[in-house]
Design a binder for this molecule. Structure first.
Ligand code: 5GP
Ligand code: MN
Length: 346
């Protein structure tokens, strides 16, 4: 069981009881944990009779659409004016898997200016505590989904019994935790297994979740993966692997955005590789993903070289042109030189 501050839990129960209309938001390019935690909380609040909705900064990738079968999130970029009107009409806002409003991109102003009470439930470092009335922030945990799981168990309606969670909430929490731990490969704690055991005992079908997450890709993703590993990946003498995915290449293989999730983990299967960096070309910038082994923290590197941050073993950021590099072709030399500096004395 995860121990949570009793005062904060009482305040959360009171805020929830008093609220009638609730909105839940999560970070841009929502991943499984963002979607899973937000949809789970929404399903739970709806089961309490609240008018609750999820609003995401941008759309859910095709590979994760199966997670939105019960709670269908609104997407800010589809209709910002309507989404802003909903936000301003709410009396309670939850921010999930996201440590600051500015990680909600276009929604940030509407959220920070809203009159509603604001609650953070997140596992990233450096939460913007001033922006919230109540914060549940813990970085030594697998995922926002796990933190939310332990919070939901404290509600009198659940009373510590996972089988009393709405089925959609239980399934979403399990899915979110599974994606953020890369199926129990990283950031797993005793409480993570405890949560999983409770949810499976409560009837969550883990096999179905794994099939949807990991055995439902199309062939094109694997063809592109082969190309990246064979023709694109560089491994430096210091043990850093680097792969840069150009837009033309992605399009030539007919692969959409989310279908490259997980590529960054592949080089860590090589014994001599200590860290892996994966860049994906976007408009005017690359999106950067970085992963490392347990003895090497890379979040400061993400901050210093890619305007980003994150967790010790899983971080990310961006590389812009012309601000950081003259153009997209210059990315490789920038990254290789940054990696050399970073790993020099490590
Ligand atoms: P991913 O590689 O899965 O996109 O991101 C891994 C982690 O890196 C995220 O959970 C988040 O903590 C962090 N991260 C990714 N992109 C950014 C970014 O642009 N800014 C910051 N501050 N953190 C990021
Ligand atoms: Mn997360």
């Amino acid at each position: 069981m995860l121990h949570l501050p009793l005062n904060d839990i009482s305040r959360l129960h009171a805020l929830t009881k008093d609220a009638e209309r609730v909105a839940i938001v999560a970070h841009t390019h929502p991943d499984g944990d963002a979607i899973g935690s937000a949809c789970a909380l929404c399903a739970f609040l709806q089961s309490l009779g609240k008018e609750a909705c999820v609003i995401l900064p941008d759309s859910v990738d095709q590979t994760l659409k199966f997670m939105t079968q019960d709670v269908v999130p609104l997407v800010w970029t589809d209709d910002p004016a309507s989404a802003a009107a909903i936000i301003s009409s709410r009396d309670l806002l939850f921010c999930l898997d996201c440590n600051a409003w500015d990680r909600t991109a276009g929604m940030a102003d509407a959220l920070s200016g809203a009159k509603a009470a604001k609650v953070l439930i997140d596992h990233h470092l450096g939460p913007d505590t001033k922006a919230f009335d109540l914060c549940f922030s813990k970085s030594y945990i697998s995922s926002a989904s796990e933190l939310l799981y332990w919070i939901l168990l404290t509600f009198p309606e659940v009373d510590g019994d996972a089988s009393k969670l709405p089925e959609a909430a239980a399934r979403s929490l399990m899915t979110g935790m599974t994606t953020d731990t890369n199926n129990f490969a990283n950031s797993v704690f005793p409480t993570t297994f405890e949560m999983a055991a409770d949810l499976i005992a409560a009837g969550v079908d883990r096999d179905a979740i794994l099939a949807s997450l990991y055995n439902n890709y199309n062939e094109r993703r694997f063809r592109l993966m082969g190309h990246m590993l064979k023709d694109v990946m560089t491994i430096t003498p210091e043990g850093a692997a680097c792969m840069i995915l150009r837009k033309d290449d992605r399009q030539a293989y007919g692969v959409n955005e989310g279908e490259t999730d997980g590529f960054v983990n592949l080089p860590l299967g090589i014994g001599s590789v200590r860290m892996s960096i994966f860049l994906k070309e976007d408009e005017g910038h690359y999106r950067v993903s970085i992963r490392s082994r347990k003895d090497l923290a890379i979040n400061q590197f993400a901050k210093d070289c890619f305007h980003g941050g994150g967790h010790a073993q899983a971080s990310g950021g961006k590389l812009y042109w012309p601000a950081d590099i003259p153009g997209p072709d210059a990315a490789e030399s920038y990254v290789l030189s940054a990696l050399k500096d970073f790993l020099k004395n490590r």
